[in-house]
Design a protein around this ligand. Structure first.
Ligand code: 9MR
Length: 563
């Protein structure tokens, strides 16, 4: 504040739909008019008054809303406010978020393991093949009669999880579910959506081609002996800040356990359902997924509480493994999710026999460790296939999803950024941009159930949040926006010698935990605790489970608002 600067005006830096809400937040307490100008001709096209002062509950910083929703003409504009300054230029245009949706899907292409990315598809971020993963050791924690110590398996493909190069089943679980779900919820949107990947010319939608890259890897993570699924495929320690092809450390599959196997079962069941539609293009795949799901489920019946405890494991087995733990103490939600997917796939009601959907409690927001709502979404999505017995569940599940969204909407208009994201301090967790995105998904589900536009508007508000209408003023998708994230904790982006980071990746976002202890955070206010430095893995890493809900929201908003 004080000096006039575009940084005083926080808005979606990509832009707005002609017919939708258009809001910017102008920092400071100054009351004034604002104008919208055509960025070329500099003509004033719209004048408005700033709203009331609202303060961040975290920093106390003041701002006022500039609402120019009434202006609906396509073009390129700036917002001008006396004292505050002139905003970055932005577009008003139909399909304004299409490039964002495509970029975020393409983000997965850049995360592919075991393959070179040629320039034709990767542009200046082309790179050599890394991590062939065709000679993977069985960690002593993971040996079985059929796979004793010394066994070498092949487990190629998959996506790198995040800024590191390991591949984790638990985190692949919610990621795959979210991507498969956006396909199931908006199949028409993907009919002709091309993302410039090697498979773009085949008859399968590009999104599903991308999903297949990780699915093929996941299938290899099941022990064919007992159906159990390894927790992860990993180096004992994280690779250095080097390119994939420079990594030569041995890799292992590590301890089978119940939760990873339930996540796997759920993903395989959902994949079996989705890929059944592509039997001609991918003969036999759906059946293989179903077989894998059934075997995984059987393992979890025999082993209902085998937990993954990395430190415990390291006391008994060598080498020590210190990479991402994805430890989850409670498998009840994974059980509900897997059971629901198995039931929808097989129509066998016994899967739901000992399952309580727990709709008497508030719906928990999905995250890698909390997947109960994925079961709700699946039941709703497949409601036409449910038998009479399930109608009772269905009613309470729907209510739970709508109640969750109604809670988000309470006092929305009083929020300083007028977003549901950030209303509660707990929203600013590690990967807070995934919180914003997963709230968006819940709101879109509520919109689909009720057709009430207030939910859709709030989901769009969270997209605006991620693309610039937030307390940091950053647009959090690499490669997009006027104030972009430039230094994500992402090994290829750090090591490739290219100024711009790999595009289409969602930075984690504000996280007052500051677990990385990097120097340079502006402060520790929850909504501003973000550092665009590559040491900041707690606020500025990227991850597949964060990109996925962002893809969902961007696609859903395009599909529902686009035109
Ligand atoms: O997203 C995970 C977050 O919820 C945890 O608090 C954090 C610490 O355990 O780990 C995050 O996941 C990281 C994973 O362990 C390793 N790959 C990078 C992931 C994103 O930072």
């Amino acid at each position: 504040q004080g000096q006039s600067s575009p940084e005083n005006i926080h808005l979606n830096q990509i832009g707005f739909y002609p017919g939708a809400t258009k809001i910017a937040v102008v920092l400071g307490e100054e009351n004034s008019d604002f104008v919208l100008k055509d960025s070329g001709s500099k003509k004033v096209v719209f004048t408005g008054k700033l709203g009331e002062v609202r303060k961040s509950p975290y920093s106390g910083k003041a701002g006022r809303i500039a609402d120019f929703s009434a202006f609906q003409k396509s073009g390129n504009y700036v917002l001008e406010v006396p004292k505050a300054g002139i905003s970055y230029a932005f577009d008003i245009q139909p399909e304004i978020h299409k490039k964002i949706a495509v970029a975020a899907i393409r983000g997965y292409y850049y995360q592919r393991a075991s393959v070179a990315l040629p320039e034709k598809f990767a542009g200046k971020w082309a790179r050599a093949e890394g991590h062939p993963d065709d000679k993977i050791l069985i960690h002593p924690s993971a040996v079985s009669p059929g796979r004793p110590e010394g066994t070498v398996i092949s487990s190629p493909k998959g996506w790198y999880d995040a800024g590191d190069y390991n591949k984790y089943i638990v985190n692949s679980g919610i990621t795959m579910a979210t991507l498969l779900s956006v396909y199931e919820d908006f199949p028409d949107y993907f009919k002709n959506l091309k993302t410039n990947i090697p498979e773009s010319n085949n008859a399968v939608p590009d999104l599903l081609d991308e999903v297949l890259w990780n699915l093929r890897w996941m299938i290899t993570m099941q022990d064919p002996g007992d159906g159990g699924v390894y927790h992860k495929l990993t180096n004992p320690r994280f690779d250095g800040m080097i390119m994939p092809e420079a990594c030569k450390n041995p890799r292992y599959v590590v301890q089978k356990n119940t939760i990873a196997t339930l996540d796997f079962a759920a993903v395989m069941a959902q994949s079996a359902r989705v890929f059944k539609r592509f039997e001609k293009e991918l003969p036999g795949l759906a059946d293989s997924c179903k077989t894998a799901a059934l075997k995984a489920w059987a393992y979890t019946i025999k082993n209902p509480s085998l937990e993954y405890r990395q430190n415990e494991m390291n006391k008994t087995f060598d080498p020590d493994v210190v990479t991402g733990a994805y430890e989850d103490k409670d498998g009840s939600d994974e059980l509900i999710w897997a059971a629901s997917e198995m039931y929808i796939l097989t129509k066998d009601e016994s899967y739901l026999k000992n399952i309580s959907f727990g709709t008497d409690k508030p719906m928990p927001l999905p995250s890698w460790s909390q997947v109960k709502a994925l079961a709700y979404y699946t039941m709703i999505r497949n409601e036409k296939q449910l038998g009479a017995v399930d109608q009772q569940y269905l009613r309470s599940i729907k209510k739970s999803v709508i109640d969750f969204s109604d809670d988000l909407l309470i006092d929305l208009e009083k929020q300083p950024y007028q977003t549901v994201m950030g209303k509660n301090a707990k929203d600013f967790a590690w990967g807070s941009n995934a919180v914003a995105s997963n709230q968006g998904i819940a709101l879109i589900q509520a919109y689909k159930l009720t057709k009430n536009k207030k939910y859709l508007g709030a989901a769009l508000g969270n997209l605006d949040y991620i693309l610039g209408r937030n307390a940091t003023g950053y647009s959090f998708l690499t490669g997009y926006g006027s104030k972009q994230v430039m230094h994500p904790h992402h090994r290829p982006s750090i090591a490739d010698g290219i100024l711009e980071p790999v595009p289409g990746l969602l930075s984690g976002g504000p996280n007052p935990g500051q677990q990385d202890k990097c120097a340079g955070y502006p402060n520790n206010f929850a909504d501003e605790s973000f550092l665009d430095a590559d040491c900041s893995y707690a606020s500025n890493e990227i991850a597949i489970n964060w990109n996925a809900p962002f893809v969902y929201v961007a696609v859903a908003i395009e599909a529902l608002y686009g035109k």
